[in-house]
Design a protein around this ligand. Structure first.
Ligand code: DAK
Length: 260
């Protein structure tokens, strides 16, 4: 499949999706959102896939936001369609059966910050900058920023970022829990690949069920979440991976997981 705005590479069960529209700082227009939806639709069919890295080309931006030029003249119904396109993509990433790691260099603003927040883990280079500056444009975030940001960093900090449109650096993003780790400039992809390879060696089904348990469990109260976890834990015992993982430990050897 050929993409106009994406680069796709795969090695050792790790796919790297690079948003490649550097002249517009990788801003998300409808075609780009559709291509991202398409690439994740294709990737889900790859049985050997263990993790995905999502990054931006050009060094200056992960994604500088939704495409302002493309949004400027939308009527309300078109704006809703555009918003839902982005929201559906981000839900798809959030519930994608494999972990998705955002590798963020440069600007992750507006829709770019929202895209990063839909990923499981965020690694940032020292140069990364984050913000939800939509209020500068007279709109609110449209790709679930008002929903995912408070869930990640808490209500007060989210409101401050949303109301002021302030742009924060990687160190501040780390301090408030918006990113998992800050990596020296130039070492970002290496760090993302190292993490993806580490995850790729684990039981794929177990990793997938951890994702399901965290995502769905956070929408439940603790008692229901624990009961849900118990069911998912039991489900692991229907897998060859459980039997292999425990046998390998007892035989003091590395497990050979199949994802089944
Ligand atoms: N959209 C379109 N083009 C963009 C862009 C963007 N978000 N960001 C940058 N560009 C383009 C610039 O226009 C410029 O293009 P040319 O003039 O060269 O043709 C090129 O990228 C390089 O940018 P600059 O020349 O501005 O580069 P600087 O280093 O001077 O500045 C910057 C970098 C990131 C500080 C600046 O570009 C900037 O402020 N960009 C906009 C950041 C921003 O406001 N992002 C949030 C966008 S709003 C909704 C759905 C979604 C959303 C809202 C509602 N519904 C439908 C309900 C989401 C909204 C957003 O994401």
């Amino acid at each position: 499949m050929d993409y106009q705005f994406l680069l796709l590479a795969a090695e050792g069960g790790v796919a790297t999706v690079t948003i490649n529209r550097p002249k517009a700082l990788n801003a998300l227009n409808a075609d780009l959102l559709k291509e991202l939806t398409q690439v994740f639709t294709e990737l889900v069919k790859d049985e050997g896939l263990r993790a995905v890295i999502l990054t931006g080309a050009g060094g200056k931006a992960f994604v500088a936001g939704a495409d302002i030029a493309a949004m400027a003249d939308l009527n309300p119904l078109q704006a809703r369609t555009f918003g839902v396109l982005g929201q559906n993509l981000m839900q798809m990433i959030e519930t994608f059966p494999r972990p998705v790691i955002a590798a963020i260099e440069g600007f992750a603003l507006g829709g770019g910050c929202e895209l990063a927040m839909s990923c499981d883990i965020r690694l940032a280079s020292e140069s990364a900058k984050f913000g939800q500056p939509e209020v500068n444009l007279g709109v609110i975030p449209g790709f679930a920023g008002t929903q995912r940001l408070p869930r990640l960093v808490g209500k007060g900090r989210a409101k401050e970022l949303l109301y002021t449109g302030d742009i924060i650096d990687a160190a501040e993003a780390l301090r408030i829990g918006l990113v998992n780790k800050v990596v020296e400039n130039g070492k970002l992809l290496e760090a993302a690949q190292e993490m993806a390879r580490k995850i790729a060696k684990k039981g794929p089904l177990a990793v997938q069920l951890c994702k399901v348990a965290v995502n769905d469990g956070l929408e439940m109260d603790l008692i229901k979440g624990c009961a849900y976890e118990a069911d998912l834990f039991a489900l692991c015992f229907a897998s060859e991976d459980q039997s292999e993982g425990m046998k390998a430990f007892l035989e003091k050897r590395a497990a050979q997981f199949k994802g089944a």
